[in-house]
Design a protein around this ligand. Sequence first.
Ligand code: 13P
Ligand code: SF4
Length: 302
Amino acid sequence: MTNSIVNKIMELKKERNAIILSHNYQRGEVQDIADFVGDSLGLSQTAAKTDADVIIFCGVHFMAETAALVCPDKKVVIPDPHAGCPMAAMVTARELREKKKQHPNAVVVCYVNSTADVKAEVDICCTSANAVKVVDSIPKDKEILFVPDKSLGDWVAKQLGREMILWEGFCPTHHRISAEHIQKFKVEHPDAKVVVHPECLSEVVDIADHVASTTGILNYARESKDKKFFIGTESGIIHRLQKENPDKEFHHVLQLADCPNMKLNSLEKVQWALEDLETEVTVKPEIAEKARLSIDKMLAIV
Ligand code: 13P
Ligand code: SF4
């Protein structure tokens, strides 16, 4: 059954001159049929340079929207249009405009986990892979408003020893991981390394051995001489970690740290998306024009 779906997907992909992009959190079988699997930064960079006519974007809505922004001449299709991101929903353009009135001189840095409407209101975007570099590119005397992830913002502020005004957004999936979970593994497995995503709570990030974006976690595991790892991020990444490092052992710190939105895309939905091209993700031209500037500024830095 799975094989016949995979064959059909490969056939349709050729017919449509399509490329399949997958985030590191997608279901294993979806990652396995993708042309590129990566973090938010890698996905937007790959989308920006593809010559395919169609991008099947296996991730959540803001990621597909970012691809639509960086390649307006392509058709970007998301297998399940209900795959949203609760963190991205924690800030609206209107709320942000109000906040900007209170801090009229602040440079607004926006995590890509946000809608295009919000990106149209900001100065520059960042991902978890380049947030430190992006913030560091802003003159030291400038006030910074960081939206919407308070945890990522807090981690970046500590890395750079720089104060920022933080929006009160967070990722419900990463916030399920507690410092007690991490302490337990550290005590029971002193030979293991604990690696977490910067969307985790600050008390979790503070005691981890390494903090990185999803691709940063993959790079760390590949390059490390250690053999055992506890991974504090969404469960989907374990598939790729284990596949790329068969001689090493990976444990997910918490079964509940699962993003239900990321798991909405399936092989069947990828096939249907390629057949119908119905679930296209588009951005209104007047919003796209402004939002694209904030993404392009980020891509010029990294
Ligand atoms: P990355 O940019 O590290 O892939 O993370 C995206 C995300 O949504 C994390 O929850
Ligand atoms: Fe959004 Fe968190 Fe899911 Fe990432 S893991 S898509 S931040 S809800």
